[in-house]
Ligand binder design. Structure first.
Ligand SMILES: Nc1ncnc2c1ncn2[C@@H]1O[C@H](COP(=O)(O)OP(=O)(O)O)[C@@H](O)[C@H]1O
Ligand SMILES: [Mg+2]
Length: 306
């Protein structure tokens, strides 16, 4: 890298660090396989955390399939920039800020054909040039796999709190998710836990449960790989509709088992990791912050700020 390019890179790193310092927890949502519900989990956890009073940013680094804006119902919003460099994220509701490449596209159906280097610089720009302000959480939605997007995010945000891995119970999805666990371990990224999505479908007519992708595969993998299991989210037909319409499914007070499961997971994350250091999630799942954890905590979490 030429010297002036190096300077620019370091300058951007500094900018990224300054922005990330204002954010409590930074969580990357990953999976080995596509279509297992990463974006669904990201969007629902974000809405559930906002419902709990947290301020949340969502960064969509799925360059080839940016669906976050659509699921928040803000896909037609236009990005603003006061100085031509800083990007102001879209706020679909109070307490929630969203940044996605989809806001910058003239034609949302046009394919993005980018090489790795271009994707890497776009992601670094999203992290460094977005005016996130003070946030409790930044959730990062990623494409499937362990490629440029995940690696760029992990390297650009050295204080990443950890990863949430989403899988379906099906063997092929679980196998791919093992790779996500391996990726997190290799990168020194804490694994907050695994979510088993599409865990059975309750028949809307007879109420009987149909295990479309099987059941229990995610939990079994967690036991075998010694990683925390965050919960199982069943399939629900109305969830798809809510997402297509950009409605907050998890905020809907109706008796939806998937919304209930997602709310519970958000609570476990919010209270369980509330005092976690960036690497220690060992007390995840406890219902409240434990004083001993608080005493040794070095994170920039909202509980400590109070
Ligand atoms: N628990 C669920 N019940 C019903 N539909 C779901 C559920 N989770 C995800 N979906 C649907 O499955 C599709 C893929 O989910 P998505 O979140 O886009 O996956 P990914 O981001 O992993 O590619 C979407 O149409 C979404 O609405
Ligand atoms: Mg997605």
């Amino acid at each position: 890298m030429a010297e002036n390019q190096m300077d620019e890179y370091e300058l951007q790193n500094k900018k990224i660090r300054e922005r990330m310092d204002k954010i409590g927890r930074k969580i990357m949502v990953m999976s080995g396989k596509g279509g297992v519900g990463k974006t669904t989990v990201t969007v629902n956890l974000a809405n559930a955390l906002v419902d709990m009073g947290c301020t949340v940013g969502v960064l969509d680094v799925d360059i080839h399939g940016p669906n976050v804006a659509k699921m928040f119902g803000c896909e037609n919003a236009e990005l603003g920039s006061p100085d031509g460099v800083t990007m102001i994220p879209i706020e679909p509701r109070k307490g929630l800020k969203v940044m996605s490449l989809s806001f910058a596209l003239d034609d949302p159906a046009a394919p993005i054909i980018w090489r790795g280097s271009l994707k890497m610089s776009a992601i670094r720009q999203f992290i460094g040039d977005t005016e996130w302000g003070e946030l409790d959480y930044l959730l990062i939605d990623t494409p499937p796999g362990t490629g440029d997007e995940q690696l760029t995010a992990v390297q650009a945000i050295p204080e990443m709190t950890g990863a949430i891995i989403v899988t379906t119970p099906q063997d092929v999805a679980v196998l791919d998710s093992r790779r996500s666990v391996g990726f997190a371990r290799k990168c020194g990224l804490a694994i907050i836990g695994v979510i088993e999505n599409m865990s059975g479908l309750k028949c809307p007519d007879c109420g009987k449960e149909i295990p479309i992708f099987g059941k229990g595969g995610g939990k079994k993998m967690c036991d075998e790989m010694h990683v925390p299991f965050l919960g199982a989210v069943p399939m629900e037909i109305d969830l798809c509709r809510a997402e297509d319409e950009g409605k907050s499914w998890v905020s809907d007070p109706g008796a939806h088992p998937s919304a209930e499961a997602l709310r519970k997971i958000a609570e476990a994350i919010n209270y369980g990791t509330a005092c976690s250091t960036s690497r220690d999630t060992s007390f995840l799942g406890t219902s409240f912050c434990s004083p001993t954890s608080c005493a040794s905590c070095t994170s920039n979490c909202p509980s400590r700020k109070k």
